[in-house]
Ligand binder design. Structure first.
Ligand code: 13P
Ligand code: SF4
Length: 380
């Protein structure tokens, strides 16, 4: 079960080197030039970083922003990054699909992925001529770790007549074995499109069993799946939703589709991280809770000062590997470069291209809430 406390703004994140020593250890100090470059940025993070902490953080921010210009680098920041990264150094911000589209189109020599490893691989698959860096190679994902290319080859042998859709949260090797990818922004669209293309009523969607169950309920298509789950979203339960409604009358509950189906059933709205952010911006609910990763509420709250956020705190330990400190280090050293064998990259790109070729939606597709959860078959 999720921690049903309201953690308040700026949930503490594990950044062990944070403090004056982190900047000083890198020969950076808070001088007049840094102050002039960063003063206008401080209001963006004043709810999360105290005035006392700012002189320790501003030199890193200034140095990162200078290095980006010098090296023609951009930072793609996922919605789960902490506000210091998201607000102060991210050049493009968004959900997995938006960041993938940026990687393919951005005019830069270097992409720094402020996100997890599968996202950096996606950037490299789509932009092979660019240097793609991940600041910490340990920034993984429980979904991506749950399935291998060999697993998918076995599924294909067992079910040769069904198309295999993979959620983008997987390795390049897995993408290379699948027919098409999807993200939480377009999963139902992709499953419907591939079912029509293959003239079948059955689609295999791996590796997230909950996303697959949620898509099955939306589409009416027979979806088979794999027993993977997101370690952050599987913690939320329908009981949590009930407790939140009791504790905070009138609260509007938004859920990510990696949550179990009974959570979506009990919620008011569901969609990708950007769909949740759009909902808050468009509807301005009085009181809201986002059933997703912790930092997301901080980032959406900054953009919507009139909305009252209840913040149950579930951190993604992999996303939290990325810090201002290691973003600075990776721009200085060029480590760690993400490389993919060319034969794997080309086949993985086919699966991504198949998704990108579908009609572009004006905004991420919302999942219907209130639907009865469906039991679906596993492929193993
Ligand atoms: P989004 O595509 O909704 O940003 O999701 C990515 C992710 O890892 C959610 O846990
Ligand atoms: Fe993976 Fe879940 Fe973390 Fe997203 S939140 S990166 S799905 S472990």
């Amino acid at each position: 079960m999720a921690r049903l406390i309201d953690s308040g703004p700026g949930c503490p994140t594990p950044t062990p080197l944070r403090g004056a020593s982190a900047a000083e250890a890198r020969g950076l100090s808070y001088d007049d030039a840094v102050k002039a470059e960063t003063d206008a940025l401080y209001p963006l993070v004043q709810d999360f970083i105290t005035p006392m902490e700012w002189p320790a953080i501003a030199p890193l921010v200034a140095a990162i922003n200078r290095l980006k210009k010098e090296k023609n680098a951009v930072i793609l920041a996922h919605n789960y990054m902490t506000p210091d990264i998201f607000q102060l150094v991210g050049d493009f911000r968004g959900d997995s699909l938006q960041l993938a589209r940026e990687a393919a189109n951005v005019d830069a020599d270097i992409i720094v992925q402020a996100g997890v490893h599968f996202m950096a691989e996606t950037s490299k698959i789509l932009a092979p001529e660019k240097t793609v860096l991940i600041p910490d190679t340990r920034a993984g994902c429980s979904l991506a770790a749950s399935i291998t290319g060999a697993d998918v080859r076995l599924i294909k042998e067992k079910f040769p007549n069904y198309p295999i859709v993979t959620y983008v949260n997987c390795t390049a090797e897995v993408k290379a074995e699948c027919h098409i990818t999807c993200t939480s922004s377009n999963a139902a669209q992709v499953v419907e499109a591939i079912a029509a293309e293959w003239n079948t009523d059955t689609v295999i969607l791996v590796p997230d069993q909950y996303l697959a169950k949620n898509v099955a309920a939306q589409t009416g298509i027979r979806v088979m799946t794999w027993p993977g789950a997101c370690e952050v979203h599987e913690m939320f339960s329908a009981d949590d939703v009930e407790q939140l409604r009791e504790a905070h009358p009138g609260v509007v509950i938004l859920a990510h589709p990696e949550c179990p189906p009974d959570v979506l059933e009990a919620s008011d709205f569901a969609g990708s991280t950007s769909a949740l952010a759009n909902y808050v911006a468009e509807e301005s609910p009085n009181k809201v809770v986002l059933l997703t990763e912790c930092s997301m509420s901080d980032n959406v709250a900054s953009a919507n000062p009139g909305v009252n956020f209840i913040r149950p705190c579930n951190l993604c330990p992999h996303m939290k590997r990325i810090t201002l400190e290691n973003i600075y280090d990776c721009l200085v050293t060029g480590e760690y470069e993400v490389l993919i064998p060319e034969d794997v990259r080309i086949r993985a790109k086919q699966a991504l291209d198949a998704m990108m070729a579908l009609p572009k939606m004006a905004k991420p597709l919302a999942f219907k809430t209130g639907l009865k959860p469906l039991e679906i078959e596993m492929v193993v």
